[in-house]
Design a protein around this ligand. Structure first.
Ligand SMILES: Cc1cc2nc3c(=O)[nH]c(=O)nc-3n(C[C@H](O)[C@H](O)[C@H](O)COP(=O)(O)OP(=O)(O)OC[C@H]3O[C@@H](n4cnc5c(N)ncnc54)[C@H](O)[C@@H]3O)c2cc1C
Length: 434
């Protein structure tokens, strides 16, 4: 039995930020982390045989994010701009650079603006644009919601998406020099210097709690006790059926909170990193296909099985990153990493008219991050359902002054589903406890 003032379960951005702030305020903090590393959905590779600091999880800093920027400044960590560059599209066997909203997009926005009652965007489209003539619009919106929000359009709130589409400013994106893990290391090391204790390879399976008493029990049957606990787990883990790997059994149970967890949306994602000997998408052969060279390409959105790809623009690099989100990722989550790699290469083969053999020969290294089957993540990040804001309010209310929740899904602001959201939520949980 090991005692602390505050237990934190989960050493992702939210849990570590809470530990950092609490330990700074003089609290005795113990962090329990299931994996053999900190960072959770932040996972920067530092592999000598691969792109230096490849990000298997979070990669970009999306705009002016107060908590992230303040933390990076304090830690003396630099960022490099990752401007949008050229956004290319490939569909129906054609390349184009101009993004065009699908036909009837303006009509969709008009109807959404007039709508008084929230539904899922999928249901909204069925009701308002169910005719055959709108098939392209439905397809296009569904694949956007799957790709960008990693969400199921039959669960995602139409009003939340309306807000997202109206406020899409073209903020500058950045990457972190040395990768996001630098920020994670800073948080973990500063927390430890302030006395926080961190236990890796420690999977919590049960939480017994009463007023000002929390006892976490691990799969190795070790018990950790404290007056308060912060549950900084991914929403996907909290949503999973009890007794699956990674899940926590609360005793006494917390039905109102379980219901709220069930009402929130959590997406699916598979990220594929490929490093080639040469950047074949920049050669003469492609100029003939696209009518231009793709040296300035940052993103490529396509109608292929693995639809979204990006480069390391503006840095010259021979790495391509593939992205499959939402229901299509959920459907394919059971495929092996090798099979997912081949599906990625097949998509590139179709787009760039290179044989699969040629691409396999050109490939130096690859990684598939199947976050959807990862037992300690079980998906990508949160999205808003119709019931999400009420559910979030419940989950942001501590239970009996003893159990506090933290994580990206609890953040109430414009940077949903991001590292900023996780940091802000961790900080908020710590503030409540100080
Ligand atoms: C592929 C991908 C790309 C992304 N891209 C971006 C991006 O470019 N920019 C951006 O800002 N955000 C991005 N995000 C989102 C961002 O990574 C997350 O919002 C953020 O990292 C979540 O932090 P968190 O602390 O809430 O959860 P997590 O990082 O998931 O931390 C939760 C921790 O709990 C641990 N845990 C789970 N179960 C147990 C248990 N039973 N016992 C003990 N510990 C347990 C986990 O191992 C994990 O360390 C991306 C996410 C993914 C998956």
């Amino acid at each position: 039995m090991k005692n602390a003032d505050i237990l934190i379960i989960g050493a992702g951005a939210a849990g570590l930020m809470a530990a950092y702030a609490l330990s700074k305020a003089g609290k005795r903090v113990t962090i329990l982390e299931a994996r053999n590393r900190t960072g959770g959905r932040i996972y920067t590779l530092d592999d000598a045989f691969f792109l230096k600091y490849a990000e298997l999880g979070a990669e970009f800093v999306h705009g002016d994010l107060p908590v992230t920027l303040q933390l990076l400044k304090e830690a003396g960590i630099e960022m490099t701009p990752a401007p949008l560059g050229e956004m290319w599209h490939y569909s129906n066997d054609k390349f184009s650079q101009e993004y065009q909203h699908p036909d009837d997009w303006n009509l969709l926005i008009q109807k959404l603006n007039k709508s008084k009652q929230d539904t899922s965007i999928g249901d909204f489209l069925q009701q308002q644009f169910g005719d055959e003539q709108y098939a392209e619009l439905r397809k296009s919106v569904n694949s956007y919601v799957a790709g960008y929000d990693t969400a199921d359009s039959f669960k995602a709130s139409a009003f939340a998406l309306r807000k997202e589409w109206q406020s899409q400013d073209q903020h500058t994106q950045h990457r972190i020099k040395g990768g996001y893990r630098k920020m994670i290391s800073y948080l973990a090391n500063t927390g430890k210097k302030n006395g926080a204790q961190l236990f890796l390879n420690t999977v919590v399976k049960g939480l017994h709690w009463g007023h000002s008493l929390a006892e976490a029990v691990t799969t190795g049957n070790v018990s950790y006790k404290a007056e308060k606990v912060i549950i900084a787990l991914p929403l996907g883990v909290l949503k999973a059926d009890p007794y699956q790997e990674g899940t926590i059994n609360f005793s006494p149970s917390i039905p109102k909170y379980r219901e709220a967890i069930g009402q929130m949306g959590f997406g699916s994602i598979i990220k594929i990193l490929l490093e080639f000997r040469d950047a074949f998408w920049q050669d003469e052969h492609v100029v003939k296909l696209a009518g231009n060279d793709l040296k300035g390409m940052s993103f490529l959105l396509s109608d292929q099985e693995i639809p979204t790809w990006w480069t390391q623009f503006p840095n010259h690099s021979t790495v391509l990153t593939g992205w499959l989100g939402g229901p299509p990722a959920e459907k394919k989550k059971g495929l092996s990493n090798e099979e997912l790699l081949q599906r990625g290469l097949q998509s590139l083969s179709n787009i760039f008219k290179r044989s699969l053999q040629e691409l396999n020969d050109n490939l130096i290294a690859w990684k598939v991050a199947n976050w959807t089957t990862d037992p300690f993540a079980r998906g990508s990040y949160a999205y808003d359902t119709i019931a999400a804001s009420a559910a979030r309010e419940i989950l942001n209310t501590p239970i009996n002054d003893t159990i506090y929740f933290a994580g990206e899904y609890l953040y109430n602001g414009p940077a949903m589903g991001t590292v900023e959201a996780a940091l802000a939520s961790g900080l908020e949980a710590a503030r409540r406890l100080i």
